[in-house]
Design a protein around this ligand. Structure first.
Ligand SMILES: *Cc1c(COP(=O)(O)O)cnc(C)c1O
Length: 330
């Protein structure tokens, strides 16, 4: 798949590591578990949005934009990384923050929220959960235009046919690393949130005829609403390469969201502790902790055969971990 046809900025030096996790593999007694360390991507604090922003910000610059606007939850990693990319490019960045849990926005909060202030966010508008975020961002854009600026709106999570290219690129990076290591990957497991990660990996591994299956673990929605989001993004992304993506390829896994987005589950707490105590790798409670609890669940259900190679994509989020430390009290 020819990614060089699309404008791209570079925010990471080289590749993120693809590591075998021997102590975790032994502890779970299932397939061989590998991890793709996208928590080590470039931009402040790393995480999956960095890959999407390489294509999104390049598109913004290509279109002559001078201001970035995006949206996210109160502890949004995506907002933190969009602001970080804006800093790198010397552009102001405005954020629309959705209070998905009522009363949860606190300008003095730690974690990503603190980093919004530290990196000098140009403006924050807080809207209630369930608001039309695109309309809220359009409103900010209109104000910027009225002052002579040229805003570029990045959708929530950076998941559209531009940002999702970042995870097509990640699939190809994993393929190259697996080839170098003589590693035959059976399955790749990732978080399925706004969808660009899941969709991009699905398109990348399918479009390169690898036979590698991709499982996305839902962290906010049931399959009924999550799967159509992934299919739509994957079809639109594949179309940019002139390919007709078959929706049957998309597999979402439900049952690990618990009471709702960002709210803790006992399985998430166990999963985050297990990863920390066996491999000293930090997951986060909102995304990767729940996704990894899903992988643990699938292993317990016998989804994989011993000797199979499973790659868990660590999409980042550890800057938010400290904000949620009460979830882990013993
Ligand atoms: C945004 C995010 C995800 C979800 O990725 P999507 O591409 O939005 O599905 C997973 N992990 C972390 C840490 C994130 O910030």
């Amino acid at each position: 798949m020819n990614l060089s046809q699309f404008p791209r900025r570079r925010y990471t030096e080289g590749q993120t590591p693809l590591e075998f996790l021997p102590r975790l593999t032994a502890a779970l007694g299932g397939p061989n578990i590998w991890i793709k360390r996208d928590d080590m991507l470039g931009l402040a604090g790393g995480g999956n949005k960095t890959r999407k922003l390489e294509f999104l910000v390049a598109d913004a610059l290509d279109k002559g934009a001078d201001t970035l606007i995006t949206c996210g939850a109160v502890q949004s990693n995506h907002c933190r990384l969009t602001l970080a990319a804006a800093c790198k490019e010397g552009l102001p960045c405005h954020l629309v923050i959705e209070e998905r849990v009522p009363g949860s926005y606190n300008p003095q909060a730690s974690g990503n929220n603190f980093l919004f202030q530290l990196m000098g966010v140009a403006g924050i508008s807080v809207v209630p959960g369930g608001s039309n975020l695109m309309a809220a961002m359009e409103k900010v854009a209109a104000e910027i235009r009225a002052q002579g600026g040229k805003p570029y709106i990045i959708p929530g999570g950076g998941s559209n046919e531009v940002g999702t290219l970042g995870y097509v690129a990640c699939a190809e990076e994993i393929m190259a690393q697996a080839f170098d290591k003589g590693l035959d990957i059976d399955c790749v497991v990732c978080t399925s949130g706004s969808g660009g990660t899941h969709a991009g990996l699905a398109v990348g591994f399918w479009g390169n005829n690898t036979g590698i299956s991709v499982l996305g673990i839902n962290i906010s929605r049931p399959n009924e609403t999550q799967r159509p989001i992934i299919c739509k993004d994957a079809v639109a992304t594949a179309a940019r390469f002139g390919l007709a993506f078959p929706e049957v390829v998309v597999e979402c896994v439900e049952g690990y969201v618990g009471p709702g987005y960002s709210l803790p589950t006992p399985e998430m707490v166990k999963a985050v502790k297990l990863m920390a105590r066996t491999e000293a790798i930090l997951l986060d409670p909102v995304y990767t902790g729940k996704a990894f609890s899903g992988l643990v669940g699938l292993i317990r259900q016998g989804r994989f055969k011993p000797g199979q190679n499973v790659v868990f994509v660590h999409t980042g989020g550890s800057p938010a971990l400290y904000h949620y430390k009460d979830y882990f009290a013993e």
